[in-house]
Design a protein around this ligand. Structure first.
Ligand code: PLP
Length: 393
């Protein structure tokens, strides 16, 4: 093609050819589409999640690498990544539900999920019954011929109730429901819900899986091929797909997931135990503490208890507000699962859309402070908490 003019040469760039070596890391395939030699392969790739790459909204090699990695960690047959956790959750719920259907959900779910469920009721005529996270009898009692989905969270936000996954998923299976478990707080290092009977696992990969507070993402992992293909088709329609750079950042962060989880859990154990003994604190909510209502279920299901906890200050809301202004190392910020320690006041931030009754249902008090513990040295964190407690009590 030496006769090509410079304008054309500049457009048609040479592709790298790998002979005898390959990259150590997964490359970022920053392309919106793919080129075919064979029209039949092109046509075949359009209709399935695991065919040839066709177009970025359907699939992309960097994104598929992330999907295969998380499916492997969770023990699923396949996964569908999304641009955020809510993208993954909405892809799943909208793929599974139609007007008139009924959902059973555990009473404390992430604020965004709670808003989605409320919207499904208000705009799409879906009904929702809330049940305790550890009560399979309540699931059996709530089932109607219209029930399609049981929605759970392994560890709930912010008072960290742990769902009794084996018992709850078994009750769902008996009734022919699809059980969906948000495993964001546990990560696959602490829990793999498919091993306990879940049909679909969802994550906000924004949190522990990516781990560095620099990317948004979500993913749904499937126990069955049928559910995988059904949700993939809907997510392609919805356009919830992540971009390859976001998928790459998530993959890079995931390589240190188990090391980070070890430190998150260790630091949390130290802080939660010391706070539970502090005179300015009335309650600490962390399933690793024997006083937590989920301690027994958590001990049965989890090798450790996660990096998020919350606590209530004796001085109520004013003390909570003072504490949040007084910390110096911990950052007053949303989200969790990153390397730095973040704190927030759920009643006025993450859960502000909830009514007083819904707050109560989620176990959130006016003075509850949530801590997403990072991987700093725990004594530096404790020194920060001690000085902030001294200023706020
Ligand atoms: C448990 C849980 N699920 C889902 C989400 C939503 O994820 P994203 O913010 O990535 O959409 C969050 C976000 O905080 C969460 O904490």
């Amino acid at each position: 093609m030496s006769e090509l003019r410079p304008e054309t040469r500049a457009v048609h760039l040479p592709q790298p050819v790998m002979e005898g070596s390959r990259p150590i890391t997964v490359p970022i395939y920053q392309t919106s589409g793919f080129v075919f030699d064979d029209p039949a392969v092109f046509a075949d790739g359009m209709g399935r999640p695991d065919g040839a790459y066709v177009y970025g909204r359907l699939s992309n090699p960097t994104v598929r690498s992330l999907e295969e990695a998380v499916a492997g960690l969770e023990g699923g047959v396949g996964a569908v990544a999304a641009g955020s956790g809510m993208g993954a959750i909405n892809s799943v719920l909208f793929a599974l539900l139609k007007p008139g259907d009924h959902v059973i959900a555990q009473r404390a779910v992430y604020g965004g999920t709670s808003t989605t469920l409320t919207d499904l009721v208000r705009r799409f005529g879906v009904s929702v019954t809330y049940v305790p996270e550890d009560d399979p009898e309540a699931v059996r009692a709530a089932v109607t011929p219209q029930t399609r989905v049981l929605y759970l969270e392994t560890i709930a936000n912010p008072v960290t109730q742990v769902a009794d996954l084996p018992a709850m998923c078994a009750a769902a299976k008996e009734a022919g429901l699809v059980s969906v478990v948000d495993n964001t707080f546990a990560s696959p290092v602490l829990c793999r819900p498919i091993e306990h009977g879940a049909d679909i696992v969802v994550h906000s990969t924004t949190k522990y899986l990516s781990g560095h507070t620099d990317v948004l993402g979500g993913i749904a992992v499937f126990a069955s091929d049928e559910l995988y293909r059904r949700v993939w088709s809907f997510s392609v329609e919805l356009g919830a797909t992540p971009d390859p750079f976001a998928a790459w950042l998530t993959l890079r962060g995931m390589q240190t997931l188990s090391l980070r989880m070890e430190r998150h859990c260790h630091n949390t154990r130290v802080l939660a135990t010391r706070l539970a003994e502090h005179p300015a604190v009335t309650a600490v909510h962390w399933p690793g503490l024997p006083s937590h209502p989920s301690h027994q279920v958590a001990t049965r299901l989890l090798p450790d208890f996660g990096g998020v906890f919350s606590f209530d200050l004796a001085g109520g809301r004013p003390a909570g507000e003072k504490f949040m202004s007084a910390v110096r190392l911990a950052l007053l910020a949303p989200s969790l699962g990153g390397v730095e320690t973040l704190i927030l006041h759920p009643a006025t931030t993450s859960h502000r859309a909830l009514t007083a009754e819904e707050l109560l249902r989620s176990g959130i008090g006016e003075g509850t402070v949530r801590v997403a513990v990072g991987i700093e040295h725990v004594e530096d964190l404790w020194a920060d908490f001690e000085q902030a407690l001294a200023q706020s009590s």
